[in-house]
Design a protein around this ligand. Structure first.
Ligand SMILES: *Cc1c(COP(=O)(O)O)cnc(C)c1O
Length: 369
């Protein structure tokens, strides 16, 4: 390790969206059910619209709109609509746009915790990016467990940790519904989050909102310490374009704007997000099918006595196996071409197209015998 590098960075692995890969056969059909994208590409007419915008409206030699004015102006009404809030409850002043919601997570960390100013709290298992991004910034990560059966957060333990942490906890990150375990925040968990003191920022990651319809956006205008993050990478089918947004009190939004890179979102990605928002009824019209497919997979998998399957409020299922064990099931599925995520001691399986889901079920049935 070069002597100019921070020694702590030698100790942890870079993020890999696909996790560890299994070795073995290379089947003809690969189903990518490990990153929770929508299984359908952007429809042809929206792609054509976007191509037209690139030809007619985007000057490739010019920097993007660094203030994201048009995009923020389109996101704010969608947020109000999505949470059934009166128009103008959330305005462009509450919105910050990032290169994926990952960038916003990093901006939130920079704004709150760098320079040993604070630690973050997460409930494991959860989205790994909070911990990874915190570590790259030298920010301590405090972890509390979840109930092994319901995956509810141990809020008693969280309270103790917040009271005792040597570096004060400044941010609590919660995914709603959680990844990989697919459970939404319970009323008790929400009560606990809402009574946290003003010096602790609550970040509710609603990456799967369009599937769950659970949102805490109404808390943002009511509380100074509440942020919701969302993404265009899942239900809006724009993972290739890296667009995320935060809904935050304007005072915090202003700081997020200060700490980000100046031209953080390419013109083409801003255009794609605008096209997706305008076409949202068309894009989101496949969600009922995905939820019906989720139910079909859930019903079929719960028939296997060697599997535990948890209810899901998102576009994926969380599964653990006993015979063979979870790690072996993961390896065997991988060899058959069904790529899922092995994380937190279970398998996170994205709901795909009906054909992909047929193969998932057939492969699992083959392996379990
Ligand atoms: C997929 C996902 C995101 C999206 O991240 P982007 O950087 O916007 O692609 C955010 N949070 C969670 C929990 C996710 O699963």
């Amino acid at each position: 390790m070069s002597s100019f590098l921070r020694p702590d960075l030698a100790e942890f692995a870079a993020y890999s969206a696909h996790g560890p890969e299994a070795s073995g056969a290379s089947p003809e059909i690969i189903d990518s059910l490990d990153t929770n994208e929508c299984p359908y590409d952007l429809p042809e007419d929206l792609k054509a619209k976007l191509a037209w915008m690139y030809q007619q409206e985007i000057a490739a030699n010019r920097y993007p709109d660094g203030g994201h004015g048009a995009l923020k102006g389109a996101i704010a009404p969608y947020v109000n609509e999505s949470a059934a809030l009166p128009a103008d409850t959330v305005s462009a002043d509450h919105i910050s746009v990032g290169n994926g919601s990952d960038e916003l997570i990093r901006s939130l960390l920079i704004a709150t915790c760098t320079g040993r100013a604070g630690a973050i709290l997460v409930a494991s298992p959860t989205f790994s990016m909070y911990g990874i991004l915190a570590q790259t910034l030298g920010i301590p990560v405090v972890t509390v467990p979840r109930d092994p059966d319901t995956f509810a957060v141990d809020t008693v333990q969280a309270q103790v940790v917040i009271a005792q942490s040597a570096v004060p906890v400044r941010v609590v990150f919660m995914v709603h519904p959680n990844s990989p375990t697919a459970n939404p925040l319970t009323p008790q968990e929400l009560d606990w989050l809402r009574q946290l003191p003003p010096e602790v920022l609550v970040v509710v990651d609603e990456a799967y909102f369009e599937f769950s319809q659970h949102t805490t956006v109404a808390d943002v205008p009511q509380r100074d310490n509440w942020v919701v993050t969302r993404t265009f990478s899942k239900a809006f089918r724009l993972a290739a374009h890296r667009v995320g947004y935060a809904i935050a009190p304007p005072a915090l939004t202003q700081v997020l704007e200060k700490v980000r890179l100046p031209y953080n979102l390419p013109s083409f990605s801003q255009a794609a997000a605008l096209v997706a928002l305008r076409g949202r009824l068309q894009l989101l019209s496949v969600i009922p099918e995905i939820l019906a497919q989720r139910q079909r997979l859930y019903d079929a998998l719960t028939q296997h006595p060697d599997l535990t399957v948890w209810p899901s409020a998102a576009n994926f299922l969380y599964v653990r196996a006993t015979a063979p064990d979870t790690a072996t099931l993961f390896q065997r599925l991988y060899q058959l071409g069904t790529h899922v995520r092995h994380t937190g001691g279970g398998l996170r399986i994205t709901i795909g197209t009906p054909e992909e889901n047929d193969r998932t079920l057939a492969h699992i049935a083959d392996i379990l015998g």
